[in-house]
Ligand binder design. Sequence first.
Ligand code: 13P
Length: 283
Amino acid sequence: MPLVSILNELKRAQRERYAVPCFDTFDLFSTEGMFLAAAQKAAPTIIAIYDSALNRPNARAMAAYIRTRAKEAAQPISLMLDHGSSFEQCMKAIHYGFTDVMYDGSRLPLEENIATTKAIVRVAHAMGIGVEAELGHVGSGSEYRSYGAQRKGFTDPAAVEHFVQETGVDLLAVAIGTAHGLYDGDPQIDLELLRNIRRRVDIPLVLHGGTGCSEKQFRDVIEAGISKINVATDLFVTTGKRLVEIAKTAEAPRYFDLTSKAIESFTERCGYYLDLFGASGRV
Ligand code: 13P
């Protein structure tokens, strides 16, 4: 099996109340850890490349590598563009063979977000590619005290049905109290708002900013209707710390010891999230 659009897996996750993680990758070590974790846990998995990384000289080759590796996998694996910044970037990802794209127009006025999302959906659907959009804005964890904790950018539930109907989008990322990166403070998630949004539309809902949430928060959001959870920072911060520790304590740390430890660490962290979100054993 396979390289697939993750839509069917997410619909199943929505029905059966678990979540599929979306891991952002930046290099071959993190990518390898993601594939090994998906195989060990027999779990569907989304591997994502950030919009900015799509401009790197190795972007097309990275996409080809992930596609090849996914085609050989026994689990459904999606290659997704994360936070696509424009129509053009989403088209580039489609051209590079991504199976799903996220367009992030969350900073734009509502009607502009709708117009661009709709245009991307039209092309993507003609090619069998799933589209995620963001309504409300998930900010940065470093500004959490002055932003998310003040409920700034939260998804307006009254706009949800209009947005989903107008755009035809497949997945909706919601702003309910999480933020990207390390938090200044603790995340406070509004589960009532999430339940309210869940009642209004039937498509899978997405939580961004997984790093820093507690296990209970993850269980609660899944129970309240989240089916896809994005995690990035924790994978790299945890692995970075582990490598520094090895470099400090080993007598003569060798390059290959460090790279194999990096893969091991990504495998362990991704496996932890696959278990925690209930995706393990779903293949
Ligand atoms: P974190 O880096 O906070 O885990 O967020 C990841 C994310 O939401 C990527 O889209």
